[in-house]
Design a protein around this ligand. Structure first.
Ligand code: C2E
Ligand code: MG
Ligand code: MG
Length: 598
């Protein structure tokens, strides 16, 4: 390049640099503008979002049942969203003096708690306050309010904001639930809690004699087992109705537990209480008819007297229950007024119940056998296995005492199967020794309900290699109440070859004609009839009829509890083929049987 050309080029270069700077400057300006435009847009969006949020916030909380409120940091003024008028049903004009309005319409009893809430706003975050108000239409309403504290950047309180929700519906539901916890759902009677409360109120009202009755349906468990819970429930409902009808509205009746009722007799001394107890017993003389099924119920009642036997309701209840258990132990179907030594007999029952759980594993149970004889020849053809229990402390406890307790506690099933096993095992020993006897066992109604009952008997017979025809099952009449199911089980036993006897016949409610429709083989006439044949003309003719009818229906008739020669003669003359009783033999230990039979 020449010097001239270099010289000439200088202004050209300068020009380029100059324009370049201009371009850079313009570009920078544009980008700064763009930067600020972006920033500006961002800001606008933020503002839009905030107002949207507020809108949403209000629309969420501002409904027919809720509103938002705001209180200044000095707690002097209160404002709220528009919803407040809808919720409180107050005129909008009153809105500016909301704080006063609230104070005015809050239930006087709830005002102190509300004012305390306002005092403590800064600490009440997450701890709502409930209070009642009287709304603009004069209705009581429950409001629940939550608070939140709004602070500035330095952490200083700016204001308080909160929500208030109408929770009346929920409160009413809660109240219903609370009330339900005082009433029994099935019978609509008050429950024990309510009974106690009522008693305490009565005691405070005036000094008067009162009595507490605990009423329990006998063997209710069996009704449930035999007919199902639904029928059981209907029985309870009907019992409740009958009690209410008899005792009237002024008598406080409650349902304590499943089949136990409580009755409070006010202004009633012992004499009047007993009179009423008799009346209650009389309701149950007739059977209850439920869906054309007759239920023969009996009840046991225990009574305690205020202020005579105790002053406190808990003690009175306990005493009445002890008295009721006393009735259960002594044959049920009665009432009893608590006496001090009753408590000891209850203690005995508890020991028996507790001891039964161990009795099987500790080998405390054993069987004795009472021969059944052919009255015409006097020869034994069978034995009845009868259970015995030697309690380590109480000594011999009779089955009459412990079997009902075993039934109540459910342990009867294990005991029952043990009896079946043991009786068949023993009978096999006699068979092996050439003594061919049948053996009969008593089976509780509850055990009869076990779906595996027949199968377990079949297995046990198989196990001992014993023919079914040598095995008899004795059931009580209560089993026959559910004839359809009983018949099915009895038929299964028949098919197996086992014989079925109705025990204690005449003490229950079935008639011989009912038994005609069932696969029963043997009818055992209860001892109470045999006791009367020599002394009571009516009983004698009744027994004669039983024998004749039974025979015509092809039943084997066995007379139970024969104690005298006279009774045996009468029975023989009147065609009763079989008998059992102390006259022939008391129940014996197995080792005594061969000598007795020979
Ligand atoms: P049950 O089956 O009617 O048995 C007859 C009861 O009468 C037996 O009383 C027997 O000892 C008694 N007895 C027999 N002959 C006479 C007599 O001539 N005079 C008198 N006064 N009594 C006589 P026990 O052994 O005390 O049994 C009472 C009840 O206990 C039995 O009545 C039966 O219902 C039940 N029981 C006995 N063993 C068992 C068992 O293994 N399982 C079940 N579930 N119940 C049983
Ligand atoms: Mg028996
Ligand atoms: Mg009997």
């Amino acid at each position: 390049m020449s010097t001239l050309s270099i010289y000439l080029a200088i202004p050209v270069v300068n020009e380029i640099v100059y324009y370049s700077w201009l371009v850079i400057l313009a570009l920078s300006l544009v980008s700064v503008l763009f930067y600020f435009r972006g920033k500006l847009n961002e800001k606008t969006i933020e503002l839009v979002n905030i107002s949207k949020e507020k809108e949403n916030f209000e629309s969420v909380f501002d409904t027919d049942t809720s509103f938002v409120w705001e209180m200044d940091k000095d707690k002097k003024s209160l404002s709220a969203s528009q919803g407040v008028c809808k919720v409180l049903k107050y005129d909008e004009k009153k809105y500016p003096s909301l704080l006063n309005l609230w104070k005015e319409c809050i239930y006087p009893e709830d005002l102190p708690a509300f004012l305390e809430f306002v005092d403590e706003l800064e600490y009440r975050k997450g701890k709502p306050q409930e209070f009642r108000i009287l709304d603009g239409e004069g209705n009581v309403m429950w409001l629940e309010t939550y608070v939140n504290v709004v602070n500035d950047l330095d952490g200083q309180i700016l204001k308080f904001v909160g929500t208030a929700v109408n929770v009346t519906h929920r409160k009413l539901e809660e109240q219903k639930i609370r009330e339900n916890s005082y009433y029994d759902q099935l019978t609509s009677l008050p429950n024990r809690k309510m009974f106690y409360r009522h008693f305490r109120e009565q005691v405070q009202l005036e000094e008067k004699e009162m009595s507490v009755i605990v009423l329990d349906i006998d063997r209710f468990k069996v009704i449930n087992e035999l007919y199902g819970r639904e029928s059981g429930d209907k029985v309870l409902e009907m019992v409740a109705e009958k009690l209410q009808l008899l005792l009237g509205e002024q008598t406080f009746i409650a349902r304590e537990s499943e089949d136990e009722f409580l009755i409070l007799l006010e202004t009633a001394n012992e004499k009047r209480t007993k009179l009423i107890a008799e009346k209650i017993m009389s309701i149950f003389k007739k059977p209850l008819n439920i869906d054309n099924q007759l239920f023969y119920l009996t009840i046991s009642m225990g009574i305690s007297l205020y202020p005579e036997t105790a002053q406190d309701i808990l003690a009175l209840y306990q005493q009445a229950e002890i008295a009721m258990y006393k009735v259960k132990e002594t044959g049920k179907n009665n009432y009893h007024v608590f006496m001090t030594d009753d408590a000891a007999s209850i203690e005995r029952k508890r020991r028996i119940e507790f001891g039964l759980k161990e009795a099987l594993t500790r080998n405390e149970l054993y069987l004795v056998y009472q021969p059944k004889v052919d009255l015409s020849t006097g020869k034994s053809y069978a034995t009845e296995a009868l259970i015995r229990w030697k309690h380590p402390l109480l000594g011999e406890v009779s089955p009459g005492e412990f079997i009902p307790i075993a039934e109540e506690s459910g342990i009867i099933s294990d005991i029952g199967y043990w009896v079946v096993y043991e009786a068949i095992r023993q009978n096999k020993i006699w068979h092996n020794a050439g003594i061919l006897l049948q053996v009969a066992v008593n089976v509780s109604a509850l055990q009869y309900e076990d779906p595996f009952f027949v199968e377990r008997i079949r297995q046990t017979l198989l196990h001992h290699n014993m023919e079914a025809k040598y095995f008899i099952i004795e059931i009580t009449e209560s089993v026959m109440q559910n004839a359809e199911q009983s018949n099915r089980v009895i038929k299964e036993l028949h098919d197996l070859g086992v014989q079925v006897a109705i025990d204690d016949f005449g003490t229950g409610y079935s008639s011989l004609s009912v038994l005609n429709n069932v696969f029963i083989d043997i009818v055992k006439i209860d001892k109470s009839f045999i006791d009367g044949i020599m002394t009571k003309v009516n009983t004698a003719s009744l027994v004669k009829t039983m024998i004749q009818m039974g025979k015509s229906l092809k039943f084997h008739i066995v007379a139970e509890g024969i104690e005298t020669e006279g009774q045996a003669e009468f029975l023989k003359e009147n065609d009763c083929s079989y008998g059992q009783g102390y006259l022939f033999s008391k129940p014996l230990r197995p080792e005594e049987i061969p000598a007795k039979i020979a």
